[in-house]
Design a protein around this ligand. Structure first.
Ligand code: GLU
Length: 298
C-alpha cells in the first residue's frame, strides 16, 4: 500500500503546471498515464501544480483541462471534480507542505542556505547534462537549523536544502525504462525543499502530494528521472513507501531539442487549430517531430 487508505487499488495522476499550453510531449506522457490507469481499472487524478507564483495562471489550467479532454483523457478526481483527497491545486495545500518541511527540519535533514544563484553557478565545476539543476557546492551544508542563519531565516533570503547522502547509489526499477541508478552527490547535490520566498519546492510538494493522495504509480517524462532519485530519499527519511515509477521517453523537436511550454512548442492548441484529430496527435508517438511540417508558434 502506498499512502493512506488505498490498499491495492491503482491510483495514478497527471500533474501539469499551469504555466503555458500543453505540448506534444505532455500529450504523450499524459496519454500513457491514462492508458496505464485504464489497463489497471484504476483511478486517475488531475493535480494542478500551481506553486510558481510568477508563471502559473488559472487560464492555463483551464486551457490544459480543455486540451486533455480533447485528447480523450478522463480523470476521476481533480480541481474541477473534487474528490476524497483534495484540494487538487497545490496553492491550496501549503499548510500540508509546511508540516512536512517542519518534520524534515526537526529530524535534522535540512540546512539553511543563503547562497545566491550566482554563488551556485560560479561554484559548478562542469555543466551537468542530465538535469537542469546545477550540483550544489556544499558551501552551507555544515549549517544547522539552529545556527544564527537558521534561526533568523524568515528575514533572510534563506532556502532550506536537503542534505543528500554523498556517494550513495539510489537504485529503482522503472516500469518503462528499466533499472535506474543515480549517485547522490555526483548526479545531483543537496536540493532545495523550501525556497527562499517561503514557497515549497517541487520535490517537497510532489512527494507530499503523491503520498497524501495515495498515488501508487507516477507516470511522467524522462527529464524527471533524476528528480525521482531525489524524491526516493525524501520518501525514505519520511518513512513513506514510494510509488512505482514509469518515465516516458521525451518527445523532441526537429532539431532534437526538448519541447518547452515557454516557447509554445507544438502546443496541442496549434494542432487542433490546424485540423488534426486527437487520434492523429496521439499517433505521432515518434521521438522526433521532424517532417510534420508544423508551424510552431513563436
Ligand atoms: N508539474 C510537473 C511538470 O509539469 C510534473 C511533475 C510530475 O509529474 O512529477 O513538469
Amino acid at each position: 500500500m502506498s499512502g493512506k487508505g488505498f490498499p491495492n487499488a491503482y491510483r495514478g495522476r497527471i500533474a501539469p503546471s499551469p504555466t503555458g499550453l500543453l505540448h506534444l510531449g505532455h500529450a504523450q506522457t499524459f496519454w500513457t498515464a491514462w492508458l496505464r490507469s485504464q489497463a489497471a481499472s484504476g483511478v486517475l487524478i488531475l493535480r494542478n501544480e500551481d506553486l510558481d507564483r510568477d508563471r502559473a495562471r488559472p487560464e492555463f489550467a483551464e486551457a490544459q483541462r480543455r486540451d486533455l479532454a480533447w485528447l480523450g483523457i478522463r480523470w476521476d478526481e481533480g480541481p474541477d471534480l473534487k474528490g476524497p483527497v483534495g484540494p487538487y491545486s497545490q496553492s491550496q495545500r501549503l499548510a500540508l507542505y509546511q508540516s512536512v518541511y517542519l518534520q524534515l527540519q526537526s529530524t535534522g535533514h535540512l540546512f539553511p542556505c543563503t547562497c545566491s544563484r550566482r554563488d551556485i553557478a560560479s561554484a559548478i565545476a562542469a555543466p551537468h547534462a542530465l538535469d537542469e539543476e546545477p550540483i550544489y557546492s556544499g558551501r552551507c551544508r555544515g549549517r544547522s537549523p539552529t545556527d544564527e542563519v537558521g534561526l533568523v531565516s524568515e528575514s533572510l533570503r534563506t532556502a532550506w536544502r536537503f542534505r543528500v547522502p554523498v556517494g550513495e547509489e539510489i537504485i529503482f526499477e522503472d516500469a518503462l525504462m528499466g533499472r535506474q541508478s543515480w549517485v547522490a552527490g555526483r548526479d545531483f547535490g543537496d536540493f532545495v525543499v523550501m525556497r527562499h520566498d517561503g514557497m515549497p519546492a517541487y520535490q517537497l510538494a510532489c512527494v507530499t502530494d503523491d503520498h497524501a493522495m495515495g498515488i501508487t504509480e507516477v507516470v511522467r517524462g524522462a527529464d524527471l528521472l533524476v528528480s525521482t532519485a531525489r524524491q526516493i530519499l525524501l520518501y525514505r527519511v519520511l518513512g513513506w513507501k514510494p510509488p512505482q515509477f514509469a518515465h516516458c521517453p521525451l518527445v523532441t523537436d526537429a532539431q532534437g531539442g526538448r519541447l518547452a511550454k515557454r516557447n509554445g512548442a507544438l502546443s496541442l492548441e496549434t494542432f487542433r487549430g490546424q485540423g488534426w484529430t486527437p487520434e492523429e496527435v496521439r499517433a505521432i508517438g515518434s521521438k522526433s517531430t521532424e517532417g510534420y511540417g508544423l508551424s510552431i508558434k513563436p
